[in-house]
Design a binder for this molecule. Sequence first.
Ligand code: FAD
Length: 323
Amino acid sequence: MARKVIVVGEVRSGELRNVSFEAVAAGKVVADGGEVVGVLLGESVTDLANQLIHYGVDRVVVVNHPELKSFTTDAHQQALLQVFDLENPEAVILGHTALGKDVSPRLAMKLNAGLISDVISIEIQGDEPVFTRPIYSGKAFEKKKINEGVLFATIRPNNIASLAKDETRCGDVSTLTVDLKNLRTIIKEIVQKSTGGVDLTEAKVVIAGGRGVKSSEGFKPLQDLANLLGGAVGASRGACDADYCDYSLQIGQTGKVVTPDLYFAVGISGAIQHLAGMSNSKTIVAINKDPEAPIFEVADYGIVGDLFEVVPLLIEELKAVHS
Ligand code: FAD
């Protein structure tokens, strides 16, 4: 059954995040032949609209407003509600990101709609979309559907492949002027904690360090390895608690969930709370000097050894391959 789907694109530092294109692919499945409308919110984001069209949306509604330059719950919620009023979607897809996790339950509640969060795959059964999501920290999976009303879903980055980019695709781009009232949060300044680079939750390669790395200095070779592989550095809570790195790098039950193609666990024991954030990675490589470390139970490749010897050797080999 064809349905009208809105896909909310996510803009960060003037660029569309990859998860936006994955959300478009998800939107196409849910639409089942119906119209997929992209929505872009920001201060001046019209130029990004065609990218969404190249990845599969039929048309784009752009909302430019100074208060949408950075994400705030109030402004984004109000703007999206005004778009929904106009468009009457049957389904809304967002990334399972800080933005999506924040606004989707609020929007779903306002519309008396159902929300399925952290979706990793979608299939059409009969006429209806059925969503698969991990439960119990990734130890099991459940399939869910929503029987009536507008359907909201957030999709986990790096799980649903985006469609091939087609720069010949065309579509209408319209702008909507919104009225944002009584905003309780005004962003004055953003102080960037990390130095930028690849976003951890979207990275195809993650090099994560644990307490075994022993110091913030010890993270430097991990960063070198990440740079060589075009990846991002992550950490266990053990490393964050020990102040070797910032909590924004923490992966796990109370940190970020990542599903890269390649995950290196360096000096990480493999506590269940850590596994909750990375066990769905496609290929896991563990480097640990303890052959009994639980991380080896989930690893595809295990290297028993001292990370201070193994990581420099890996870097050397990779440099030799690249030169
Ligand atoms: P450790 O368990 O101390 O492991 C260090 C590892 O390094 C060991 O296996 C050791 O053999 C190895 N090692 C040491 N030296 C070397 C060397 N030179 N070369 C190679 N290997 C070496 N943890 C998370 O990661 N993420 C979470 O989100 C999270 N949430 C939690 C939520 C709750 C409610 C609780 C109770 C705990 C949570 N934890 C979380 C903590 C978790 O239980 C573990 O304590 C933590 O993951 C351990 O971090 P670690 O593996 O770096 O440290």
